[in-house]
Design a protein around this ligand. Sequence first.
Ligand code: SF4
Length: 287
Amino acid sequence: MEVFMEIKKAEHMGFCFGVKNAVDCATKALDEESKIYSYGEIIHNQDVVELLANKGLVVIEDLENSIDKIDAKVLIRSHGVSKKIIDTLHENNIEYIDATCTKVKNIHRIVNKYSSDGYEIIIVGDSSHPEVIGIIGWINGKYHTVNNFEEIKRLSIDREKKYCLVCQTTFNNNIFKEIVEFLNENDYTNIVVNNTICDATIKRQESCINIAANSDVMLVVGGKNSSNTKKLYELCKEKCEKTFLIENYREIPYKYIDKNTKIGITAGASTPDWVIEEVIQYVRESE
Ligand code: SF4
C-alpha cells in the first residue's frame, strides 16, 4: 500500500484581526497616497514589508528625532505607541492613521486608569517589545515588568500597596497561568489581575500544541523577530523535537521530510495566508 505524506494545519493560525487591520489600513492609504510612513515595521513578514515598501510605505524607527522630516501621514501599527508619541504627532500637526489593535488599546486604558488611581502597574511581558514600550507610555506612575515566573517571585510586592497587573497580548498563556496561581496561592489580594492575553494568541497557542504532539515535523511559519511566532515555536518544540521556524517555503527543512512524515503546520499572527499556502504546496511537491 502506498503511503502519502500527512499534513495537518492548526485550526487557528496566521493573520489575526489586529494585524490584518493594520495591513488593510496601509494598503488602503497607499491606494490614495504615494507615500505613508509606518512607525516601525507594521508586520514581521519580509515579503509583505517589501510589497508595501514598493507601494510607498516608508518605515521610521525613531519618530521623535525624525519629526522635522515627516512629509506624509504616519501609520501606527497594531502594537500601539506611547501617549507621548500621539502628543508629538498632534503638536506637529502630523496626520496619522491609528491601527493600534483594540486589544492593545484596552490595555492602555486599564494602565492609564489604574495608575491614575494610585496603583502600581505590573506588566507581564518583554520590556523591550514595542507593545510593552507603548503600554508603559500610558502609565502615570510606578511600574514593574516581569517576563517569567522567576521574575514575579523575585518582585518585592508590598501588601500595603495596590497593584494592577496586565499582560502583553502575545504572552505565553501557560506561564501567565502559573504566575496567577502563584499570586493566588500567596493571597495577594492587593493585586488586580487583568488577563489581557489576546484570544487570537490563546487559540493559536492551544491549537498548535495538539498538532505538534502528533507530528514528526512541525513547521512554524512566521517572522524570526515576531514575538508571537517565537512563542508558538517554543510551545511546539516542547511537544515535537523537530520543530522549525521558517519564514517562507524557501526555508522548508526537506532533509527531515519524506512521504512517511507526519507534518504539522502553524503560523504566527503576521503570516498571510498566501505564505502558508506556498509552504504547504512546496511540502506536497516534495513527496
Ligand atoms: S495578536 Fe491579538 S492583540 Fe495582537 S494584534 Fe493580533 S488581535 Fe490584536
